[in-house]
Every structure is written in C-alpha cells, then in structure tokens.
Design a binder for this molecule. Structure first.
Ligand code: G6P
Ligand code: MG
Length: 218
C-alpha cells in the first residue's frame, strides 16, 4: 500500500528544467560544443559537475581543462541559473501541482524531495512550497547521482517508509531508472519514448491526480 510520495523538483514541480537548459546551453556554445536534443535530455536529473563532464565529453574537450577550471565553469553556469530563479514566483508552479500536493496532504500521504539540485530549497521558497516538503534529501550527502537509486532510497528513509510504500515522480529518464532501482513505483511526466521505463506516465502535470494514478496502477 502506498503511503508516501518522493518528488523530483526540476521539470515536475516547476519549469526550472528550462532555466537549467538555458544556462548549460549558453556555456556549451561558448565552449564550442554543439547543442542537441539528446545532449539536453541526457542532462536532466544529472548533478552539476556530472552535467559539465557530459557536455565537455560531447565536444571531445574533457581533457582540455584542469579540475579548478571545471569548477569555475560549473560555477559560471550556476550563477546564470541562480539569476533566473531569483525572478521566480508561485506562478512558476506547474499546472495541477498545488492541488495535487494539497490532495496528498489531506489524504495523509507523506512527502519528501529527491532533487539533485543544491538550489532545491531556494526554488521551493520562491514557489512558496517549503511547507509541503519538510523532508529533503541533501544532494551533497550522496555518493552517487541519478540513475543510481541512492537519492530515492534516502527519500523513502526520510519518511520512515519502505521503498515499496512510496511513489517516485520524475521527468527524467535517469530519474525513472533511479526510482525503479529503488523498488518504488515510478510516475513519469513527459513523452512516452523518453519515459518508457515508467510504471505510470502522464504527458504533463495537469493529468497527475491521485485518482488517475490509482486508475493506471490497476
Ligand atoms: C536537477 C536538474 C539538473 C541539474 C541538477 C543539479 O537534477 O534536473 O538539470 O543539473 O539538478 O542542480 P544544481 O542546482 O545543484 O546545479
Ligand atoms: Mg527533473
């Protein structure tokens, strides 16, 4: 029986995945790396330094920079991203999410956050959703990022629930893989091809309701 929900943030609760993409694309093109949809999708759910490494490898330039230079590049991207999220308001909450969180709370489900983003708490504040997420996995505490299950295992642990009693919600293929490997039920938000491994899938957040999830879980 499902008792808790473990949420990804970027691309699920809010449209910040657009800002991550914009900031990475700007950096990639400055470094002469060609931006593609495959590169873009492959970065979703991936930590800051791992994302940079993927971009540099896509351009075959991963050995052109020292560790300190890579840290500086990642910091440059983050500065641009942080500037974007400063402008955010509750209007940036994706359709249906506020009602869904209220419904979960009213029905006694426990809720935690499993975002790889170190900016997660700031984004929740901007959205005025902090109160809904009393339990947040600290991405700095992880030994491995998504698609490793660690972040979703910790998300369930924070709720004192076994993974089998949790649903994980994700927009990224790496995230769905992490949820499945953690033995939670996976709900994917996005296109069928990218999220083929999801137990339940919706095209967008507006369709994600408790009733619809139950119906699809059978
Ligand atoms: C999420 C996003 C990624 C982002 C990562 C780290 O997983 O989907 O696009 O790279 O968080 O975010 P951060 O804010 O710590 O750089
Ligand atoms: Mg995401």
């Amino acid at each position: 029986q499902i008792k808790g929900f473990v949420f990804d943030l970027d691309g699920v609760i809010t449209d910040t995945s657009l800002y991550h993409t914009k900031a990475w694309r700007q950096l990639a093109e400055k470094l002469g790396v060609t931006w593609t949809k495959t590169l873009e999708d492959g970065l979703k759910g991936i930590s800051r330094m791992d994302s940079l490494e993927i971009i540099l490898k896509a351009g075959g330039i991963e050995n052109n920079y020292t560790h300190d230079q890579k840290v500086a590049l990642a910091t440059e991207k983050n500065t641009n991203y942080v500037n974007e999220i400063k402008k955010m308001t509750p209007d940036n909450i994706l359709p249906g999410i506020k009602a869904f969180l209220d419904d979960l709370r009213d029905n006694g489900y426990l809720i935690s956050l499993a975002s790889a983003s170190k900016n997660g708490p700031t984004v929740l504040e901007r959205l005025q959703l902090t109160d809904y997420f009393p339990k947040i996995v600290d991405p700095a505490s992880l030994s491995k990022g998504k698609p490793d299950p660690e972040i979703y295992v910790k998300g369930a642990e924070l709720l004192n629930l076994p993974p089998e009693a949790c649903i994980g919600v994700e927009d990224a293929a790496a995230g769905i893989e992490a949820i499945n490997a953690a033995h939670e039920t996976s709900v994917g938000i996005g296109d069928a091809q990218t999220l083929a491994a999801a137990d339940v899938r919706f095209d967008d957040t507006s369709q994600m309701t408790l009733a619809n999830i139950k119906a699809k879980m059978g």
